[in-house]
Design a protein around this ligand. Structure first.
Ligand code: FPP
Length: 253
């Protein structure tokens, strides 16, 4: 996810189906509160929504689905909630990995591994290793992820190369920095969906989102389903992507 200069679907003014959809799965807590349930139940139902959306993503021909599972800012939540979210990730990988693998899903993980418990790191690596040759759908799990940190890490690697005399500072451009982001081979998201009505990126894929279409959906994540995904994709299909250029009808010649 680094190629800011050449987004996945560049060239098409209108693209009916996005190759890469990224999702900010927001509203689990509010979904639970509205029903008098604990927040943990909202997160648990959020995992069910995630399973539905992974299935729907293959059915709709999406090749990359990136999900924001735990942000670097989520550490500010109460320890019990952090424990619940980590428990859900553990259970998701333990229970669903075989099915994901059977369905041809390749699991990728972006974000900081440092600071995570060793069993979580082992599960994330196991998921990546087992599924590395799958090609039907790439499920990119952003876990302990924050875009500013990702960009700062890339800048640090470039700075080190300069300091060691291995790089000319003049060679640092968007492509060079993009190569040091967490998943440089994955095309930028065509469509970013955020549920629950909030309208911001919250430190998610800020570099990669340069030309993404943003769709904000009023439902909370546990209620998100295939129909909601199809309707976000339909909205995407009505957008005109210009990547800084002119609309097709206005190019003259
Ligand atoms: C936002 O809801 C959601 C999260 C912080 C975590 C998303 C996690 C899941 C859907 C489940 C875990 C994922 C995996 C892969 C196991 P919120 O708590 O911010 O809701 P609120 O804004 O209504 O309080």
């Amino acid at each position: 996810m680094s190629n800011a200069a050449a987004p996945a679907s560049q060239g098409a003014d209108r693209t009916d189906s996005p190759l890469h959809v990224a999702v900010i799965m927001d509203g689990n807590g509010r979904w639970a509160a509205a029903r008098g349930l604990p927040r943990a139940e909202g997160h648990r139902r959020g995992v069910e929504a995630l399973r539905r959306v992974v299935r729907a993503a293959h059915e709709l021909g999406i090749l990359y689905l990136t999900i924001f599972s735990f942000s670097s800012e989520n550490w500010s939540r109460p320890a019990t909630e952090i424990g619940d979210l980590f428990g859900l990730l553990r259970r998701f990988i333990r229970n669903d990995l075989a099915t994901l693998h059977r369905d041809g899903v390749r699991v990728r993980v972006i974000g900081e591994r440092q600071g995570l418990e060793s069993d979580i790191c082992a599960l994330l690596s196991e998921a990546e290793e087992l599924t590395r040759d799958n090609t039907r759908l790439n499920l990119v799990v952003a876990f302990n992820y924050g875009s500013r940190q990702e960009i700062a890490n890339a800048a640090q690697r470039l700075a080190r190369e300069v300091a060691e005399g291995r790089r000319d500072p003049a060679s640092i451009d968007a492509d060079a920095l993009g190569q040091y982001l967490d998943a440089p081979d994955i095309p930028d998201p065509d469509l970013i969906i955020r549920t629950s009505g909030e309208q911001r990126l919250s430190n998610f894929l800020m570099w990669q989102a340069a030309y993404s279409e943003l769709v904000f959906v009023p439902v909370h994540w546990p209620d998100f389903d295939k129909a909601a995904l199809e309707s976000a994709i339909a909205e995407y299909g009505r957008r005109e992507r210009r990547f800084g250029g002119l609309a097709a009808a206005k190019t003259g010649s």
